[in-house]
Design a binder for this molecule. Structure first.
Ligand code: KG4
Ligand code: ZN
Length: 334
């Protein structure tokens, strides 16, 4: 059988990325141009600036992905690009580059949902088994998704306010840590010799939804009250307490969902899945229940194009094709 090579392109937020994936599971090249230095200066992602970076980087990144793969455009089978959700200006840079590339080289184009991409990052590590539970935790998402088969996504729980990564970034800012705050808090929490007790947002007993804005407010109030009384803030203790609350709620709800839907596999995805505390907690919980649990390596947890190419490969094999009328969908449903 002929090998299938898909070029993936991802520009939904702040990483300009291109990758070639073979047969939906083997990374041939994986190029990511990060805008992290620029965001550190501004304390976060500024949409207009992100778009400008994408414009500067996209052609270089695509050419490098092909060069590393040692393939000419004609040797590809399709181009897969993030269609949404994300920042509209950022999405459009990737989509227009994908359209131009597909048109110039006579290739089909496939629009991929960013979260489907995060989930399919796991295809690059091991075959997916259904029913499958995906825990998606990133800067823009906190979702529990049930998959009965390839391409079939059922949302069973989501955040009602801040995404988990957003909460990490906001708490980090309160503690005066640089952007992005997730890795900083993770590190502080791991080294901490104690922790402040913060509340857990369980919501209704039967709900798989999440809420993190109350926790964020608790952290702010705790720090404010302590400073008012002339106390000295211990950032590590706050980081550890905050992380313990996030990790316990995520682990408990994910475990309950995995049992209720009798899934054969649980995977975690998204930038926050890089969190050491969360990984350890999920690994232990699912190990005890003997439910196979996987998290891709960190480089495949944070935004990248290999995951888009992997999801695009599964769609390609399903016969799904987009067309050149494709537009960015900032609020694209899964
Ligand atoms: O998936 P991602 O790269 O981009 C989005 O689609 O949002 O996730 C980025 C988010 C940021 O909020 C960042 O702070 C968080 O993931 N993050 C972490 C860690 N590494 C990245 N959060 C907690 N612990 C980490 N180690
Ligand atoms: Zn993402």
């Amino acid at each position: 059988e002929k090998d299938i090579y898909i070029l993936g392109i991802e520009t939904s937020c702040d990483e300009t990325a291109a990758s070639v994936v073979k047969n939906g599971k083997e990374i041939v090249s994986n190029v990511v141009a990060s805008q992290i230095m620029s965001q550190k200066r501004f304390g976060g992602v500024v949409p207009e600036i992100a778009s400008r970076h994408h414009v500067e980087q996209i052609t270089i990144v695509i050419e490098e992905a092909l060069a590393v793969a040692g393939l000419t455009p004609k040797e590809l089978d399709a181009v897969a690009v993030t269609e949404g959700p994300g920042l509209i200006g950022a999405l459009l840079i990737g989509i227009n580059a994908a359209k131009a590339f597909a048109f110039a080289n006579g290739l089909p184009i496939i629009g991929v949902h960013h979260i489907a991409g995060h989930i399919y990052a796991n295809m690059l590590m091991q075959p997916m088994e259904f029913p499958l539970l995906a825990i998606i935790v990133s800067g823009g998402h906190t979702e529990l998704v049930l998959m009965e088969e390839h391409g079939a996504f059922t949302l069973i729980g989501e955040t009602r306010d801040d995404a988990a990564g957003e909460a990490y970034d906001k708490v980090a800012r309160v503690l005066g840590l640089p952007y992005p705050g997730g890795p900083q808090i993770d590190k502080l929490a791991a080294e901490s010799d104690g922790q402040v007790e913060f509340p857990r947002a369980w919501l209704e007993p039967d709900s798989y939804d999440f809420s993190f804005s109350g926790l964020k407010s608790s952290v702010i109030n705790y720090k404010h009250n302590l400073e008012q009384r002339g106390g000295k803030v211990n950032p590590a203790h706050i980081a550890a307490g905050f992380q313990a609350s996030v990790v316990e709620v995520l682990t408990t709800k994910a475990l309950k969902a995995a049992k209720e839907f009798q899934v054969k596999q649980v995977i975690a995805a998204g930038g926050v899945a890089a969190n050491k505390g969360l990984r350890a907690s999920l690994e232990e919980a699912f190990h005890q229940e003997e439910i196979p649990f996987y998290v891709p390596p960190i480089s495949l947890c944070t935004d990248n194009a290999a995951m888009i190419a992997a999801a695009g490969s599964a769609m390609f094999l399903d016969g799904i094709r987009g067309n050149l009328a494709m537009n960015g969908k900032p609020g694209m449903p899964l």
